[in-house]
Design a binder for this molecule. Structure first.
Ligand SMILES: Cc1ncc(COP(=O)(O)O)c(C=O)c1O
Length: 385
C-alpha cells in the first residue's frame, strides 16, 4: 500500500497526471509499441499519428503557425542546450539574467569557456523581477541573443517578457524564452512574447511524463539554428547529409513515443479543463498559501506578493531551521513533499540573499487542493513551535 503523500513539488515535475496520461502511455506500450516515422505498417503509422497530434496540440497552445515549428527533445534542459549550442558562435554576446536555471546558465558558461562567447547578466529587484530597460542597456553591437526565463522556479515571478520581445525586435537580436515554469500555468503565446525560440519541458505544467520536452522555432529560425545531433530520421535515407527540413533537422533517432503519447493526453486534458480556469485555481491556492504563511512569524517569504504577477512557486524559510531540515521534517511528520536548497538557480539565491542554503519551495499544480495548503501550513506551525 502506498503511504499518504501531499505532493507540492510540481515545479520539479507535475504529479499526479490526469488519468488520460497514464492510459495513453499504457495503451501505446501494450497495443502499439512501434517506432514513429519509420515504416508503412499500420502500427508505425498509428505511432506517427500520435506524434503528429501532440506536435499540433503544442503548436495550437503556443499559437504557432505550423506544427513543424515544434521540435521534440528530452526535457527543458535539452531544449535549452539545442537552442544555445545551435545559435551561438565564437564572438557572439548574450544577455541573460540572474534568474536563470542552470540548464540555461551552464551551457552559456560552457560556451564561454570553450567557444569564446561572452554573456552579461542583468539583475532583479527584491521581488525577483528583471527590468527590460536593463536588458536594453546590456545589448552590445555583437549581441546575438537574449536568453530569459519566463517565470522563476525560485520566486515564481512572471517576467515582463513581451517588453523584452519588443526590444529584441527593435535591436535585431534573437530572443530565447525558457518557459519551463509558465507553460500550462497560464496562457502563453509565442507571438505575443516576440520570441524566436521557446524551450519547455513536457513533464511540468503540460502534465506529460518525464523525458518529454520541446523547442519552438519561430518561422525561418531553422536558418539560424544548427543541428547539434545528426542521425537517422526515417526520411531521405539515401543522403548522408542531415535533412534541412523541419522537424527532421533536429529530431535524429527514435522519439520517445510513449512519453509523447502521454504528453498529448496531458495537453488534451489542459485544453478541456481550460488554461484560464487552471490559472485561476492555482492563483487562489497561491493566495491562500501566501496569506497563511505570512501569519507564521518565523516564516520569511521570497518573491512577489501579488498573485497576478507570479505563478504558484513559493519559496520561504523558517527562522532557525536549514531548508533541508524543514523539507525532511515536512515529509517525515506529514508526508508533505516540497523541494529545498538552491533549485539549480544559484544566482537567483545570491540575488535574494538566500545563498548558500537556499529556500524551501512549495509548488502548486492543477490537482493541488486547499486542504493540501492547510496541511502544509499546519505542519510548518508544528515544526517551528
Ligand atoms: C526555469 C527552469 N528551466 C529549465 C528547467 C529544466 O527542465 P528539465 O528538468 O525538464 O530539464 C527547469 C526545471 O526545473 C526550470 O525550472
Amino acid at each position: 500500500m502506498t503511504e499518504p503523500r501531499i505532493y507540492l513539488d510540481n515545479a520539479a515535475t507535475s504529479w499526479p497526471k490526469p488519468p488520460g496520461v497514464y492510459q495513453a502511455v499504457d495503451d501505446y506500450q501494450r497495443n502499439n509499441g512501434a517506432a514513429a516515422g519509420r515504416g508503412v505498417h499500420r502500427s508505425a503509422q498509428a505511432a506517427e499519428r500520435i506524434v503528429s497530434q501532440c506536435r499540433k496540440r503544442i503548436a495550437d497552445l503556443l499559437g504557432a503557425q505550423s506544427p513543424e515549428q515544434i521540435v521534440f527533445t528530452l526535457n527543458g534542459t535539452d531544449s535549452l542546450n539545442l537552442a544555445l549550442h545551435g545559435v551561438l558562435k565564437t564572438g557572439d554576446h548574450v544577455v541573460t539574467s540572474v534568474c536563470e536555471h542552470n540548464s540555461g546558465l551552464r551551457p552559456l558558461r560552457h560556451l564561454a569557456d570553450t567557444q569564446g562567447i561572452t554573456f552579461d547578466t542583468v539583475g532583479c529587484d527584491r521581488e525577483g523581477f528583471i527590468n527590460p530597460a536593463e536588458v536594453r542597456s546590456a545589448i552590445r553591437p555583437h549581441t546575438r541573443l537574449i536568453a530569459l526565463t519566463h517565470a522563476s522556479n525560485v520566486t515564481g515571478a512572471i517576467q515582463p517578457l513581451a517588453e523584452v520581445g519588443e526590444i529584441a525586435a527593435e535591436k535585431h537580436v534573437l530572443f530565447l524564452v525558457d518557459a519551463a515554469q509558465s507553460l500550462g500555468h497560464f496562457g502563453v503565446s509565442a507571438g505575443k512574447l516576440g520570441c524566436h525560440l521557446l524551450a519547455a519541458p513536457g513533464h511540468k505544467g503540460l502534465l506529460g511524463p518525464l523525458g518529454t520536452g520541446f523547442l519552438y522555432l519561430a518561422p525561418g529560425m531553422q536558418d539560424e539554428l544548427s543541428a547539434v545531433r545528426q542521425g537517422g530520421t526515417g526520411t531521405r535515407s539515401d543522403d548522408d547529409h542531415q535533412p534541412e527540413s523541419l522537424p527532421d533537422k533536429y529530431e535524429s533517432g527514435n522519439l520517445n513515443v510513449p512519453g509523447i503519447a502521454g504528453l498529448s493526453a496531458g495537453l488534451a486534458w489542459l485544453t478541456e479543463a481550460g488554461i484560464d480556469k487552471i490559472a485561476g485555481h492555482e492563483r487562489d491556492l497561491t493566495q491562500q498559501l501566501l496569506s497563511q504563511l505570512s501569519e507564521l512569524p518565523p516564516v520569511t517569504i521570497y518573491g512577489p506578493r501579488s498573485v497576478e504577477r507570479r505563478v504558484g512557486v513559493v519559496s520561504f524559510n523558517v527562522a532557525g531551521f536549514d531548508p533541508q531540515e524543514v523539507a525532511a521534517g515536512l515529509d517525515a511528520v506529514a508526508g508533505i513533499e516540497v523541494r529545498s536548497g538552491l533549485h539549480c538557480a544559484p544566482r537567483m539565491h545570491q540575488a535574494l540573499g538566500t545563498s548558500p542554503a537556499g529556500t524551501v519551495r512549495a509548488s502548486i499544480g492543477p490537482f493541488t487542493t486547499g486542504d493540501d495548503i492547510d496541511s502544509l501550513v499546519a505542519a510548518l506551525r508544528e515544526l517551528s513551535s
